[in-house]
Design a protein around this ligand. Structure first.
Ligand code: NA7
Length: 539
């Protein structure tokens, strides 16, 4: 029988959320261990090391807000790439010795709650067993990658790589590459490898309504100045804006604006770049179809200016919007549209001629064409938001695996806990603001909330906390209502789980914005964790 290791808290995952949890829980004097499937810190930035992988929240907002960490760290550009973010995690590790409390190469396969001892028993793939009073799931939203069931996939004689399982070294020089998928990942890969491959074939089902990144370098001097003047202001603002960024949606009713004012605002967002044209736009973008159409027309005009070929214009920026602007995540691009004017790049519209099968030599579409390939890149996304947690055999008071419960739709309280699963929290997971917010913003908020909750329990001799079913239903209904707006008009969207065949369609994230989310969580805590059942150590 395996030796059982005892901790106060087991944290699953060593990305931004797991590291933040660990550092905060250490301050409470509790013993915590992170179990991490990979061999390094970074979470999504450990796994997603494909060519061109890059953050789309602007520096400095995408990092830990602790001054002890940012004061001595300098990024080289506003939208850092994966190598720089990995270096940042190494810096955090060197400074705070995160790794002394991390067990790498340790994939958690199960977590079972035992009511009689008030503990979780957690096991890893290699058979190690841990026991802890608390379980903090920091698995992120993209832990489970998705490979569609393409006929003949295993017959391909070239190399196949899913973007999030990228090999250490891969040289595209002289290769005929195919990329399936034009989500955020596909766009980044396509623009990165197009200059080096012999030929690139992009298989696009739905165009990405991308935004200009406007990447720029930042000097250490410029950054020092920013640190003095603005960093604290930015970080304080994170819970006050819809997306945890330093800019915000504009609440002005469209009816109170003129077309000229709107165009000026659009131009301003477009020129400044990043996510502003989306998350700095008028709030009605997500509810007013007529206004959304206007935004789309502006977007289409800007994009078409960069595509000389009218045929390609229609594929990449069609006259009819493929879905309302912004209800699928827009990717930030740098030279994406110019790529398609290169003579070595072909765009195949698989919404017209679907992928029929993968052959030993390439990919066949339903119009009979066979596209010869040496390497096939699958940028086909993830079982987003729920996939990571659901792939662990998690059983609570009723012994039912969480995966089974979530088959009919995910339910939670405050997007961080679940009825029947005591002393279990998740950070940046189902029904939280997740990617509607800048990652570190909502991560730090929830992680601090959980830490404060653990402290409250310790001080008040409370041994377990679990949401009531009533509170869970009410909160989940609130989150579901978020999909009444324009969100559900996209045919496939990971926001709604419709990117995965058979997955229940529902809004997977809290779409009411950070201030509303923070208020709900803070109100519950202020009322002694309203909506939860607390059991005292003596009962
Ligand atoms: P996404 O955004 O889910 O994109 C996946 C892409 O793969 C998208 O273009 C899909 O087309 C395409 N896809 C998925 N399944 C198929 C099949 N069966 N056939 C053809 N094409 C397919 O994942 P990403 O990795 O790009 O980004 C995920 C998030 O990670 C991103 O939003 C950031 O938050 C970070 P579709 O659009 O469904 O027609």
């Amino acid at each position: 029988m395996a030796h059982t290791e005892e901790y106060d808290v087991i944290i699953v995952g060593a990305g931004f959320a797991g590291v933040h949890q660990l550092l905060n829980i250490r301050k409470l004097g509790l013993a915590a261990k992170i179990l991490e499937a990979g061999n390094g810190l970074g979470g999504t930035w450990y796994w997603n090391r494909y060519p061109g992988a890059r953050v789309d929240s602007e520096m400095p907002i995408y990092q830990f807000s602790d001054p002890e960490l940012w004061k001595d760290w300098t990024f080289s550009e506003y939208y850092p790439g994966w190598k720089e973010i990995q270096a940042y995690f190494r810096y955090v590790d060197e400074k705070l010795d995160v790794s002394r409390d991390v067990l790498y190469n340790s994939r958690v396969v199960s977590a079972h709650w035992n009511d009689s001892v008030n503990r979780w028993t957690v096991t890893t793939e290699d058979g190690r067993v841990f026991r802890a009073q608390f379980l903090s799931l920091c698995t992120g939203i993209g832990a489970k990658h998705h490979i569609p069931e393409f006929k003949g996939l295993d017959t391909f004689e070239g190399e196949i790589h899913h973007a999030s399982r990228w090999p250490e070294e891969y040289d595209f020089t002289g290769k005929r590459a195919g990329v399936i998928g034009t989500g955020s990942t596909g766009v980044q890969i396509i623009q990165e490898i197009a200059p080096v491959v012999a030929h690139l074939t992009v298989f696009q089902r739905t165009p990405n309504l991308t935004l200009p990144m406007r990447q720029r370098k930042i000097s250490p001097e410029e950054q020092e100045q920013l640190k003095e003047d603005l960093y604290p202001v930015f970080y304080n603002r994170r819970n006050q804006t819809f997306s945890g960024l330093f800019y915000d949606l504009d609440p002005t009713p469209i009816a109170d604006t003129t077309p000229e004012e709107r165009t000026l605002a659009f131009e301003d967002h477009w020129e400044k770049g990043g996510l502003r044209f989306w998350l700095g736009n008028y709030k009605e973008l997500f509810s007013n179809q007529a206004f959304n159409d206007e935004v789309y027309s502006f977007w289409r005009m800007k994009v078409r200016e960069r595509i000389p070929d009218p045929h390609l214009q229609e594929k990449l920026a069609p006259m009819q919007p493929p879905y309302p602007f912004g209800v699928k995540q827009p990717s930030l691009e740098q030279r994406y549209y110019e790529v398609y004017s290169q003579s070595n790049v072909t765009l195949v519209d698989i919404s017209k001629a679907a992928i029929e099968e993968i052959t030993p030599n390439g990919l066949k579409t339903s119009d009979g064409a066979e596209h010869k390939l040496d390497v096939l890149v699958l940028a086909t996304g993830f079982d987003m938001v729920t996939g990571g947690i659901a792939s662990i055999d998690i059983r609570g008071q009723d012994g039912i695996p969480i995966k089974e419960k979530w088959a009919d739709g995910v339910q939670s309280y405050l997007g961080l806990a679940s009825a029947m699963y005591p002393n279990m929290f998740w950070i940046y997971g189902p029904q939280s603001p997740c990617s509607f917010s800048n990652g570190p913003s909502s991560i730090e908020f929830t992680s601090e909330w959980v830490t404060a909750c653990l402290k409250y329990m310790k001080v008040n001799n409370i041994s377990s906390i679990v949401p009531s079913l009533e509170a869970q239903h009410a909160y989940s209904e609130l989150v579901d209502q978020g999909s009444d707006a324009l969100w559900s008009k996209a045919k496939t969207s990971w926001y709604l789980g419709t990117n995965i065949y058979g997955k229940k369609e529902q809004m997977l994230q809290f779409s009411g914005g950070m201030p509303a989310y923070a208020k709900l969580c803070n109100d519950s805590a202020a009322k002694g964790y309203d909506g939860f059942t607390l059991k005292s150590s003596t009962s």
